[in-house]
Design a binder for this molecule. Structure first.
Ligand SMILES: C[S@@+](CC[C@H](N)C(=O)[O-])C[C@H]1O[C@@H](n2cnc3c(N)ncnc32)[C@H](O)[C@@H]1O
Length: 212
C-alpha cells in the first residue's frame, strides 16, 4: 500500500463510526479548553472494548470535556458506571454538561475532581473492567501501575496518545513526553502478565489485557 493509500484508509477508518451531536459539542468544548480528545476512531474502538467486556466499572484518568467518556459509556451496559478523574474543575464542568446533554442519569458517572496521583490509590483492587489513561505522558507509568492493580483479571488498560504525534516511532525524538510514552510501551511489552497491542488509531491507543 502506498503512503497516500494508507492515509486515505486511515481517514476512512477514523470517520467510519460517526460522532453524534452531543459528542461533537463535547469535542468543541475540549478544543476550547486546549485538550486533545481521543479521535473518533479511537473513541469507537473504546466503545467496542467496553461492550466486549460488558464493562460495568470503568475509570478514565484525565476526562477533560468528556469525549472519550461518552464513547466509553456508549459501549457500557445501562447499569455501568464511569469514574471520571480530572484535576481541573473547569474541565469537569464541561464533562458534566456533556453527560447531562447525553441524557445520562447521574448514577452512571462518578466525577472526581483531584489529582490522579492522589485519587487512584483510593480505588479498589481488581474492581474495574477498563482503565483509560490520557493527558501528559510523564505520569503514565505510575498511573499504569495503579491501573493494573485496579483491573480485574481480563480487564483492559488503555492509554490514549501512545504514539505522541508519531514521535514514538521516530528514534531521533528524545524529548521527555516521547521518552515516557516509549518507556511505558516497553514495560507493557515486557510484562508477561499482559497481552499488549499498540493500535495506530487516532494518536495511538496502547492496549493491554490483564491476564487471568
Ligand atoms: C488531553 S485531555 C484528555 C482528553 C480525554 N481523555 C478525551 O479523550 O476526551 C487531558 C486531561 O488531563 C487532565 N490532567 C491534567 N493533569 C493531569 C495529570 N497529572 N494526570 C492526568 N490528567 C491530568 C487535564 O486537566 C485534561 O483535562
Amino acid at each position: 500500500m502506498t503512503a497516500d493509500a494508507a492515509r486515505t484508509a486511515w481517514l476512512y477508518g477514523e470517520g467510519f463510526v460517526p460522532e453524534d451531536a452531543v459528542v461533537q459539542r463535547a469535542r468543541e468544548r475540549a478544543e476550547d479548553l486546549g485538550c486533545a480528545a481521543v479521535s473518533p476512531g479511537a473513541g469507537a474502538l473504546l466503545s467496542v472494548l467496553a461492550a466486549t467486556l460488558g464493562a460495568r466499572a470503568v475509570v478514565e484518568v484525565g476526562t477533560s470535556a468528556g469525549v472519550a467518556a461518552l464513547w466509553l459509556l456508549r459501549g457500557m451496559p445501562d447499569d455501568g458506571v464511569l469514574t471520571a478523574i480530572d484535576p481541573e474543575a473547569e474541565h469537569l464542568r464541561a464533562a458534566r454538561l456533556a453527560f447531562a446533554e447525553a441524557g445520562l442519569p447521574p448514577v452512571r458517572t462518578r466525577v472526581i475532581a483531584g489529582r490522579p496521583q492522589e485519587v487512584l490509590p483510593r480505588l479498589a483492587d481488581g474492581g474495574y473492567d477498563l482503565v483509560l489513561i490520557g493527558g501528559e505522558p510523564h505520569a503514565w507509568f505510575d498511573f499504569a501501575v495503579e491501573a493494573l492493580r485496579m483491573l480485574r483479571p481480563g480487564g483492559i488498560l488503555a492509554v490514549a496518545g501512545a504514539l505522541q504525534g508519531g514521535n514514538v516511532a521516530d528514534r531521533a525524538a528524545q524529548d521527555e513526553a516521547t521518552t515516557a510514552a516509549r518507556e511505558l510501551g516497553r514495560s507493557v511489552l515486557a510484562d508477561t502478565g499482559l497481552v499488549p497491542a499498540l493500535v495506530p488509531v487516532g494518536d495511538g491507543l496502547l492496549l493491554a489485557v490483564k491476564k487471568a
